[in-house]
Design a protein around this ligand. Sequence first.
Ligand SMILES: [Zn+2]
Length: 422
Amino acid sequence: MFLSAQAYLEFPSFDTYEPDASDVLIEEAVPESEPVEIPVLPRINYDHPLAPRLLSHQIERGDTLGRLLTSFGTDERDINRIVSCRGECRKLHRLIPGASLTARLTHDGRLVSIGQSLPYGQIREYHVYSADIQITTSDVERQTVTAYKHVVIREGESPISAALRSGGIREATVLRATQILEYDIDFWRNVYPNDEFEIYFDQIFVDDEHVEDGNIYALHFVNRGKLHEAYLHTDGLHYEADGSAIQKQFLKAPLRYKRISSNFSNARKHPILGYTRAHKGVDYAAPRGTPIRATADGVVSRVTRNDRAAGNFLVIRHSNGFDTRYLHLSGFAPGISKGTHVSRGSTIGYVGSTGYSTGPHLHYEVIKNGRHLNPLSVPNPSIESLEGTQKNLFLANVENYLVSIERLREQNLIVEPVAVAD
Ligand SMILES: [Zn+2]
């Protein structure tokens, strides 16, 4: 659910709205066949507590009009009128996934208007009067403005709340941005105060209203001082600055091993316990003391010594719901404890034979959302890095993005509030 009214707060020129219904409902019905004049809606200060709120939601498959209006907080009488309306109004019932549904509500939940943006720049608007529902379908001029925003995350904020506070970025856009970088950054657990992001993207305006966002051309996210970058290629996908695939793979193996002494299986006879049970990982035979590497960036979520079965073991939590577990270690690498950030390839411990173990080996598990996967067939992202002419084209685009960002960055600094010394 993406609710956003904040995007409007950045237009300080809006007149103050007086809570008088006649102000809002100035529009006449327009005959369907005539070329439609774009109605002039009153300029509204959405900051005013009694002003109509404008809510919008990017329609997803399975959404229904009734449910969306309910989630907006619409008065039930108006929901019923819209849901049961006849004639032309029924067109509104067909929700188009990806399009935006917007609704203006009075402070007490009465519907003022409802609209759905259609493909190719059309907006279908329905104005709700006390007596009936009037409809205008208009070719509205959509204006695309390429914008730059710089957001610094404060204590206790998520990237989404920080973006909404800063204004000018829609929630759905922040969500898209986090999905682009989700292999690098765990946005639910590992975002910190003073992390910051820059986004270079298209804002789409209709009648001076920021109705939705388009392409995200460039994305910079500084997470604990480390810069992560993503740039849009002409294939519609995002890549790192050098054209390499942004979706990271797990290291093929957590160590240099001699052989795989036991494979992942759902049932096998345990060499010590004697009975048959699933083997939820892979055993790598290697000499005692062989360094073990974290297979992906993450945070150590558990360090346990002398567990009866697992011996010395540790668990790393990664982004995307992945955990990896490393069992039977002889010891842990210096500095490894619960909460330690580890990067892909860094040494976390050493091969041993602690716990239930017949000889020096590493038992390694990969878990996704609580379910064990075969570490040898962890689904690898199918996206390839760019090569050849595609890569050259991409690098040229990145160059252009960066030049534009540099220019916009200076402008952005002017409008950012600056602390002034007394
Ligand atoms: Zn094992």
